[in-house]
Design a protein around this ligand. Sequence first.
Ligand code: AMP
Ligand code: MG
Length: 491
Amino acid sequence: MSDLSDANVAGWNLEATYAELPSPFFSAVLPTPVARPEVVILNEDLGRELGLDWRAISRDEAASIFSGNKLPVGAKPIAQAYAGHQFGGFTMLGDGRAILIGEQRSPSGKLYDIQLKGSGPTKYSRRGDGRAAVGPMLREYIISEAMHFLGIPTTRSLAVVSTGEPVYRDEALPGAVLTRVASSHIRVGTFQYFAAIRDDLGLRTLADYTINRHYPDLMESQDRYIDLLKTVIDRQASLISQWMRVGFVHGVMNTDNVAISGESIDFGPCAFLDRYHPNTVFSSIDHGGRYAFGNQPSICHWNLVRFAETLLPLIHEQESEAIRIATEILEGYPELYESHWIEQMGRKLGLDDADSSDKPLMDELLQWMADELLDYTTIFSQLTRGFDGAIEPFAQARFVRWYEAWQARLKRSGRSDALVKETMKNANPYVIPRNHRVEEALDAATYRNDLEPLHRLLQAIRNPYEATEHNADYATPPAPTQQVYQTFCGT
Ligand code: AMP
Ligand code: MG
């Protein structure tokens, strides 16, 4: 009874729809308590969107709940089963260090997974310790919030709580738990799990659950599994085109890190481009450049083929027919992706009607930037907010020729200067969470217990498309000595 009144005061409104699915879907598990939980950061805005009442949750209470030491009422903690292709190789995985404590029904009626990451071992931990270090959890917090404010679909971060316990990686690091909020944690890898154990009934249950939760409009469809495939393909193509717009390199586009909801998820060694080059790789473990910036669209295609393979038994009872149908749909991906990309790049250039005939204009600009290793965000920001044509690199003949072609194209579009500017402003961030700033914030938090750089960075990324008093400092590219070339998973 007392629990219930607590919950009502705090605004917890947890459901457990996933935990009601059959047993192969998950394994019930409790978070492992931590020694001395302390709040590092709380996302009060997000909490309010979820219906949480912070006045009723003291900082100590928040530290207990978001470390897993105390469960909110209605929690039914589980670790979810999934599989995945990691760097091309198939593995059975599952939440090895994450626990879904429940699904919060927000005041607007939407259901959100509330997941603790770094909350102790589960049945799926393999050789891992189930824990996380504060640096990588803060990185996920920063990047997911940046994505959100950039207007790109993403999971979000509600809290980071330090555990008072060390985690052992290359060195001993302060441990932490991240609370992640997602439309769901269903992944391409979740479908692969059921395909791998040849559980057709489980697969159908998963597909129906997914449709019900994410794409309820498809429930009435005669071909709902085919439509699910088409919808997921479109969401992913759209998502990746938006990553490309802002210069985001995910770094680990394994199939277990592809959310069926179309949200960006699992921010490991991810980073935003400073200097533009399609071959850019930040992740220290991506030796072959599989997940390089420019490879993301084709890797997405590869991942979607893996998704389609899992759906074959649902698409048609005859395998050959199912393959024919899926193949035809997948063959549409390159064109579909390109149309999303052209739309995004068109917006960057002030166009709302860009089509494939504009591709050479886009490609030429990007090729110039790649040849000159120019700062991706700065160039587009200056095209948007003004630049001095007399200074390098805008004085280069190659750029001047491109610029004239672009201006001629804008004229043909018949759009007013004000409209062009508005379109560009909303597509070209002034501020991104640049690596050297992210590293600076993580270092200060990890080694000096100094949260000031973190808070300043989070403030700067709240308004990425505007120059404000909080972010001018954050628009500047790194000096050569500040350049970050590698990021680490640090799991
Ligand atoms: P990720 O690289 O974060 O997408 O994780 C890939 C897989 O490894 C997932 O199944 C994770 O749950 C698991 N994993 C990563 N780090 C740990 C850890 N410290 N302990 C247990 N499992 C982990
Ligand atoms: Mg993952």
